[in-house]
Design a protein around this ligand. Structure first.
Ligand SMILES: CC(C)(COP(=O)(O)OP(=O)(O)OC[C@H]1O[C@@H](n2cnc3c(N)ncnc32)[C@H](O)[C@@H]1OP(=O)(O)O)[C@@H](O)C(=O)NCCC(=O)NCCS
Length: 168
C-alpha cells in the first residue's frame, strides 16, 4: 500500500483548480449537500485545510475553523473540525486519523477540538460524545452529534456550552 501524507493549505491560498478538485471530492462524499455544488464550504469558510493526494487528485480532506467560547467567564479556544471526507475507494485506511492528527498538532495550543460526527468514526481517534454543546443560531436544543477532544490539560466543561455562529 502507498504511504500517504497529509498536506496543509490555508483556504485563502487555494487556486481555482484546487478549489474545483476539492468541490468534486465534497460533492462525491456528500451527495445530498447541495451547497458544495456551488461553494467549497458548508456554512463558513474555514481557515485551514489538509489534503491527502493520490495520483494528483485529492482523496481525503479535513478543514478547521479557529474559534472560542466563553464558559463561566473564561474563554476557551477550540478548532472546529469540518468537511471531513475520504473518497470511496480510499476509505477504511485510517486517512481520517492521519488528517485529525495533523489538525490537532496545528492546534495543539488550543483547549479543545470539536466536531459533529458519528461515534463509530471518531471515538477511535480519542473523541468523546457530549450532550452540552449548543448552536443557538441553529437550534435551542443541544447538538446530538457533538464530539470533543481535550488538546490541553483543561477538562471539558460540565455545564452548557454555547457556540456563536453556524454549525461547522
Ligand atoms: C466518514 C468517512 C470520512 C470515514 O472515512 P474512512 O476512511 O472510512 O475512515 P476510517 O478508515 O478511519 O474508518 C472509520 C470507521 O468508521 C466506519 N464508518 C465510516 N463512515 C461511517 C458512518 N457514516 N457511520 C458509521 N460508521 C462509519 C467505517 O466502517 C470504519 O469502521 P471499521 O474500521 O470498523 O470498518 C468516510 O466514510 C466519508 O467520507 N463519508 C462521507 C462523508 C462523511 O460522512 N463525512 C463525515 C462528516 S462528520
Amino acid at each position: 500500500m502507498k504511504k500517504h501524507k497529509a498536506l496543509h493549505v490555508f483556504d485563502k491560498d487555494l487556486d481555482s483548480q484546487a478549489e474545483m478538485a476539492l468541490r468534486e471530492l465534497l460533492v462525491s462524499c456528500f451527495p445530498h449537500e447541495t451547497k458544495f455544488r456551488k461553494q467549497r464550504y458548508n456554512n463558513e469558510i474555514p481557515l485551514h485545510r489538509w489534503f491527502v493526494y493520490a495520483d494528483g487528485e485529492p482523496v481525503a480532506h479535513l478543514a478547521t475553523h479557529e474559534k472560542q467560547f466563553v464558559f463561566e467567564g473564561q474563554s476557551y479556544t477550540f478548532c472546529g473540525i469540518a468537511e471531513v471526507c475520504v473518497r470511496e475507494d480510499h476509505r477504511g485506511q485510517g486517512l481520517v486519523g492521519m488528517l485529525l492528527q495533523q489538525a490537532e498538532l496545528r492546534h495543539a495550543s488550543f483547549h479543545f477540538s470539536i466536531l459533529l460526527g458519528d461515534t463509530e468514526v471518531y471515538e477511535r481517534y480519542g473523541y468523546t460524545k457530549v450532550s452540552n454543546v449548543y448552536f443557538l443560531s441553529h437550534s435551542p436544543k443541544p447538538n446530538p452529534d457533538a464530539m470533543i477532544k481535550c488538546l490541553r490539560a483543561e477538562n471539558w466543561p460540565t455545564g452548557d456550552v454555547f457556540i456563536d455562529g453556524p454549525r461547522f
